[in-house]
Design a protein around this ligand. Sequence first.
Ligand code: SF4
Ligand code: SF4
Length: 92
Amino acid sequence: MSAVVTEPCVNCKYTDCVVVCPVECFYGDDTQLYIDPDDCICCGACLPECPVEAIYWDVDVPAKFSQYIQLNADRVNVLKPIGARVTEKQSR
Ligand code: SF4
Ligand code: SF4
């Protein structure tokens, strides 16, 4: 299991979520953030931090956002090697 970032994250300017993650497993591009499903330890800290409720457990992702489970994994595979980790709250 892991946490998954879904569509409401698109164009978020807050990134409140990243600062609470104990394993720093958030990555970002110009569109949104993504969670590394391999590194997420399912602590649950980030879910209540997101003001737009974009983060779900993979088993709870609504059907309309189901493609985001694979998207998080795919984008992390691209972003992780180029160092696009996001660990500090920022304006994006
Ligand atoms: S708080 Fe984090 S997960 Fe929520 S919308 Fe903003 S960047 Fe995305
Ligand atoms: S559930 Fe915990 S480990 Fe997983 S992304 Fe959220 S804060 Fe990080």
